[in-house]
Design a protein around this ligand. Structure first.
Ligand code: ADP
Ligand code: ZN
Length: 623
């Protein structure tokens, strides 16, 4: 079935226009996000693919479009009922024949779904891994499967925090269906887990499609050393400035989630707690209420989130610092999936560090977990752009300041530190990458410690070149260099310092570096500044005031439709589509049908209520 090279080239042009046609017709979008088309093309040519994109990166389209362009049915393997239901709802709302087979449905209904699939009436079938493996043995070869899409593929790795043993059995798919392409998708940023996926799935030739993990629409904010009532007051002030928006407040302990929900409710906010210790039916209720916009605020432990596909979560607060950057990034990633502005706000205190250290000490892997905690702490204390710190942790080069974090918006005083960095880098190089932070500082400051002298470091050219600066100042600058990706710490090799590729460029003099000036009070002043600063207001707030009123009207229209159809409001339209409607103010079916995110089916279903709402608004607010 392999095609010749020229076939493929000719097909590609055609494939692109067919893919764009489907994108416009069903989804109402006009162009692909980065690497979406490339991934689609890969499986359309019969090859396997691993797709690594952040939440909101548009992974689902990578297998949904091939499903729509191919004969037969695409099987989507998904670990959670809620995720399946959500995607099936979303597809059906766009007029795409999708269904799921799962344990919450009767056997009779599940059988009917399978029959429909055999009759060729289903394009996408969502199913859990264990169910799939039990079912396929009974399927005759007459069924045409176009693709296996394995969603949340990180669940296959024992390294990750979502390991699901049943996923490992998916390795048999390749053997059972040698001609059906497999696409594995995940938003995990954990390198160990990423590397594991293709191997575990038995698809060694899979092509990798990885986009940047940056989430530019999420503003990053950290507040240090605020606790008790002050913290609660800041949280309520924050919620007040985000009226009508959905958000999640994460805490480390179950009791804290309950306390937080109780206190918020006593102050008149609609909030619910969620943690693993609650009965299943209560948890499901909270989740449903949150998805349906009935309860806007959930106070939760880490247990809440997987299976939350809700695209209009507008903010995530960490009432305590999380235990690792991976966890933090996954949790804040639940905000702003629709690409509209969203806010992450983290509280960081010494008490959190103590608690998390004890968690790490009692875990199976003390040193790994302590190191992860340390990097998280460095992020919290960072006085360089937080996005740079985050992305360099994930080994992504991001060489400018983001302009959408608290540090960028309240910048500390900067100076040209190129020479200073070169001194430190040179010392690291001259020790052959065999020393940790304190020895490097001792060398720079010309310390006469016996250890330094015994190793002959006092004869190095860099010995003593940095004696004008205090130990603490060097410590702070090296920390900044670490956060900027200029140096790295070999955690598996006695925490020795290493120079990165970026660092080598600085050493060669081809790059300049600005660092923020060290002063003893610097950490305190950033705290104070952050305290005063209101988290960045998103585009929604920046709209002309009249549009904001219209946006709220459209939200009401959406809610009424969602209630009547018994689907979550974001299934009807995402916040982004409402924003587009509020800006363009369509008053006819035609004007409505060409807007972003409005495909054929949604035009037919919704043009009347929305254009009516727009017209009523225009009449009530003449220019
Ligand atoms: P992921 O599964 O990677 O988290 P989704 O597939 O849910 O991301 O997509 C996130 C959002 O972006 C959804 O609202 C989706 O409809 C939208 N989206 C995906 N691809 C495009 C595109 N090419 N153009 C516009 N919006 C898109
Ligand atoms: Zn920034």
């Amino acid at each position: 079935m392999r095609k010749t090279h020229s076939d493929i080239i000719m097909d590609n042009g055609d494939l692109k226009s067919r893919a764009l046609g489907v994108l416009r017709r069903f989804y109402g979008y006009n162009s692909f996000y980065p690497l979406q088309f490339e991934a689609i093309q890969c499986v359309m040519q019969g090859n396997d693919a691993v797709v690594l994109m952040p939440t909101g990166g548009g992974k689902s389209l990578c297998f949904q479009i091939p499903a729509l362009l191919s004969e037969g049915c695409t099987i989507v393997i998904s670990p959670l009922l809620a995720l399946m239901k959500d995607q099936v709802d979303a597809l059906q709302a766009m007029g795409i024949p999708a269904a799921s087979v799962n344990s919450s449905q009767t056997d009779g209904y599940n059988r009917e779904v399978i029959e429909q699939m055999f009759a060729g009436r289903i394009k996408l079938l969502y199913i859990s891994p264990e169910r799939l493996l039990a079912e396929v043995v009974q399927w005759s070869s007459s069924i045409k499967i176009s693709l296996f899409a394995i969603d949340e593929a990180h669940c296959i790795s024992q390294w990750g925090h979502d390991f699901r043993p049943e996923y490992t059995q998916l390795a048999t798919l390749r053997r059972q269906f040698p001609d059906v392409p497999i696409m594995a998708l995940t938003a995990t940023a954990d390198r160990l887990t990423r590397g594991d996926i293709a191997r575990q799935l038995n698809i060694p030739d899979a092509r990798l499609f990885m986009t940047s993990f940056d989430r530019p629409n999420i503003s990053l904010n950290v507040v240090t050393n605020v606790s008790g009532n002050d913290k609660l007051r800041m949280i309520t002030r924050f919620i007040d400035s985000h009226k009508g928006e959905s958000g999640i407040i994460y805490s480390l302990r179950r009791t804290d989630t309950e306390k937080m929900a109780l206190r918020l409710r006593s102050l008149g906010y609609k909030a619910a707690a969620f943690h693993a210790g609650m009965p299943t039916n209560e948890k499901e209720q909270v989740q449903t209420d949150f998805l349906n916009d009935d309860i806007p605020i959930v106070c939760a432990t880490i247990a809440f989130g997987m299976g939350i596909n809700k695209s209009n979560v507008r903010w995530v607060i960490h009432s305590n610092m999380p235990k690792s950057i991976e966890c933090y990034y996954q949790e804040i990633g639940r905000a702003g999936r629709d690409g509209m502005p969203a806010t992450a706000l983290m509280f960081y205190s010494f008490a959190d560090v103590i608690t998390l250290r004890s968690f790490a000490q009692n875990s199976g892997q003390i040193s790994v977990n302590m190191n992860k905690l340390q990097r998280m702490q460095q992020y919290a204390e960072s006085d360089v752009c937080r996005r740079r710190t985050l992305l360099s942790y994930f080994n992504e080069s991001y060489l400018h300041d983001c302009g959408n974090c608290d540090v960028c918006l309240n910048p500390p005083e900067r100076f040209d530190a190129t020479i200073l960095c070169q001194m430190a880098l040179s010392a690291i190089v001259r020790t052959g990458g065999k020393e940790g932070v304190s020895a490097i500082i001792d060398i720079l400051r010309g310390s006469a410690k016996t250890d330094i002298v015994a190793k002959g470091y006092n004869t190095l050219r860099t010995y003593g070149v940095g004696r004008d600066l205090s130990f603490a100042a060097w410590n702070a600058y090296l920390l900044q260099m670490l956060q900027m990706g200029i140096i790295d710490v070999a955690y598996d090799d006695y925490n020795h310092l290493r120079v990165t590729a970026y660092g080598r460029e600085i050493l060669k003099g081809t790059r300049q570096v600005m660092l923020s000036k060290f002063s003893y009070s610097s950490s305190k002043t950033t705290t104070a500044a952050a305290k005063e600063k209101k988290p960045r207001q998103g585009q929604l707030q920046d709209m002309p005031p009249a549009d904001k009123v219209l946006f709220e009207r459209l939200k009401e229209t959406r809610l009424a439709i969602a209630r009547a159809q018994k689907v979550p409001p974001y299934i009807v339209f995402s916040d982004k589509v409402l924003d587009v409607i509020a800006r363009h103010r369509p008053t006819t079916r035609e004007e409505f049908s060409v807007l972003y995110g409005i495909g054929e089916k949604k035009t037919k279903m919704y043009w009347r209520p929305f254009t009516t709402a727009v017209r009523a608004y225009i009449e009530a607010h003449p220019l």
